[in-house]
Design a protein around this ligand. Structure first.
Ligand code: IMP
Length: 180
């Protein structure tokens, strides 16, 4: 099964989750232009359809994002662009003095079976930290607090137990096992 992503951090996490289900995931390292959409689900489905025009057979992709409640779900589907532009420091600035720090990560997995897309979602609730902490992981991990640690302060295995990606891929792998 090919997992198409340009993000090595994502691939390493998924590779380990797949191992637990006895599934081998191969990395197709590829950057693709993400279609615009109002939800991760819409973007994931459109991306799968677009990639299916170039790639033969089955594959899986994942689209994820950070949703901050006090910012009405921002950056949400725009997480990638916002990370590249204002980054973690920018989010912390927007949250300066804000009491409600609730946030969640969401992941949408789209599996293309050769004919159509099947979608699976996962979510993890946490909070935006007061400052960036930790050096592990990637992206918004240093500012995402889960309990008393940020995701960037956790080992991959620890993050993988609770992450949005774990939950979405778990749904997918369970479905795949039941199907076969
Ligand atoms: P995309 O799914 O590749 O579009 O990524 C969306 C954005 O959210 C990127 O900037 C990622 O770095 C970020 N992101 C997605 N998942 C995670 C995560 O598990 N930890 C931290 N940042 C993440």
């Amino acid at each position: 099964m090919y997992f198409i992503t340009s993000n090595e951090g994502k691939f390493r996490e998924v590779e380990r989750i797949a191992e637990m289900y006895g599934i081998q995931v191969k990395w197709m390292k590829m950057k693709y232009v993400e279609p615009q959409g109002n939800s991760l689900e819409e973007i994931a489905k459109l991306s799968a359809r677009m990639l299916a025009e170039k790639i033969e057979g089955e594959f899986v992709i994942e689209d994820s994002g950070l949703f901050v409640e006090a910012l009405k779900g921002f950056p949400g589907p725009y997480s990638s662009y916002v990370f590249k532009t204002i980054g973690n420091e920018g989010i912390l600035k927007l949250m300066d003095g804000v009491k409600d720090r609730k946030a969640y990560f969401m992941a949408v997995v789209a599996y293309w079976d050769g004919e159509k897309a099947h979608v699976f979602t996962g979510k993890v609730d946490g909070e935006i930290a007061d400052s960036a902490r930790g050096t592990k992981g990637f992206g918004y991990d240093p500012i995402f607090l889960y309990g008393d640690k940020t995701f960037a302060e956790m080992e991959t295995g620890e993050k993988n137990k609770v992450s949005h990606r774990r939950r979405a891929f778990e749904e997918f792998f369970k479905w795949l096992k039941e199907k076969s």
